[in-house]
Design a protein around this ligand. Structure first.
Ligand SMILES: Cc1cc2nc3c(=O)[nH]c(=O)nc-3n(C[C@H](O)[C@H](O)[C@H](O)COP(=O)(O)O)c2cc1C
Length: 311
């Protein structure tokens, strides 16, 4: 099996594992349940007049919602990206594709990420792992990822814990900030730094912004745990036990949103990780995630569109 085959089979493993296994974080919570929105019995407003529309990267959106980067890179998952993109286009949302590393290696896989034909006007985000900048990737590869899908911005994901417990993980994280700075300077589109479910602290966010990153997706803890996902990919009991020890690791979503927003009042903060309902979304925005919420999003319609797209 060459490296590209193994990247594709990892993508399929990930989709299968998140659908079939319990990969939720354990003993750590997003924190949304601990917050109550203030109830106002006399709001003096007309619900029908409320407008959730906003804009990202110069493109209009009907609600401040992003379908997080998830997949691509294998024949069987191409239809997931297409279905998600159709839903995003129909509902006026933004979308990210999963890590494009496999298609950088093998251009024949590019089509598994290409969704512009069904989503011509959404904000669309390319995706690569920041750690790859220590494994032969540079500005050229980042530019290719953006061009491959006609993206409006590039997400560099920071998945330190996942790489550390992954059987075939890339674990040299030294000197990355300097390389991220070069990408931000030369890639030609805004760069967003994103975790994958363990959260970004105020200090880490500040260093990333100083390096030239435009926005932060805090992807906090309490939802999907990527050490739990990797636990299911280990063939040895020892590897699985090490991964399992981190099921409660990270910065809860609400804490990450609050602290990053307090430290950096004027940047784009995407509040994700364990978002389960429209009420969670409202609380994320109240805690400091980007945008404003003036009319409830029809979350049932949104979820059923995504469910229909997926299954
Ligand atoms: C099947 C699957 C694949 C994912 N692949 C990527 C990826 O390639 N790049 C990335 O930045 N995040 C990836 N993620 C992480 C999500 O974008 C998100 O940050 C994470 O799952 C935490 O959010 P959640 O608790 O709502 O699931 C993936 C998530 C899932 C479920």
């Amino acid at each position: 099996m060459n490296d590209n085959d193994s990247t594709s089979s990892r993508k399929l493993d990930h989709v299968r594992i998140v659908m079939d296994e319990d990969v939720a974080a354990k003993g750590i919570y997003t924190g949304f349940a601990a917050y109550r929105m203030p109830h106002d019995a006399v709001p003096e407003l007309d619900l029908a007049a409320i407008d959730t529309s906003t804009a990202l990267l110069g493109k209009p959106m009907r609600a401040p919602l992003l379908i997080s980067s998830m997949t691509g890179g294998a024949f069987d998952v191409a239809r997931i990206n297409l279905a998600l993109a159709e839903a995003a286009q129909a509902l006026g949302l933004a979308m990210g594709v999963g890590s494009q590393r496999s298609a950088i290696r093998d251009q024949r896989l590019a089509y598994t990420y290409q969704v512009r034909q069904v989503a011509p006007s959404i904000p669309l985000l390319a995706n690569l792992g920041a750690v790859q900048l220590n494994y032969g990737y540079g500005v050229d590869e980042c530019r290719r990822a953006v061009e491959m899908i006609e993206a409006d911005a590039l997400i560099l994901h920071l998945n330190v814990l996942q790489e550390a417990v992954q059987p075939e993980g890339n674990t040299n994280f030294k000197g990355l900030l300097q390389k991220i700075e070069l990408v931000c300077r030369d890639v030609g589109v805004p760069v967003i730094a994103k975790e994958v479910g363990n959260g970004i602290s105020a200090q880490a966010a500040r260093r990333l912004i100083e390096a030239g990153v435009w926005g932060i997706d805090i992807a906090g803890a309490g939802g999907t745990s990527w050490s739990e996902v990797e636990r299911f990919r280990h063939s040895t009991g020892q590897g699985a036990r090490v991964a399992g020890a981190f099921a409660g690791w990270g910065i809860p979503t609400t804490e990450a949103i609050r602290t990053v927003r307090a430290a950096l009042p004027n940047i784009l903060v995407i509040g994700s990780g364990g978002i389960r309902s429209g009420v969670d979304i409202a609380k994320a925005i109240a805690a400091g995630a980007v945008g404003y919420f003036q009319k409830p999003v029809d979350i049932d319609r949104l979820l059923s569109a995504i469910a229909n797209a997926l299954f």
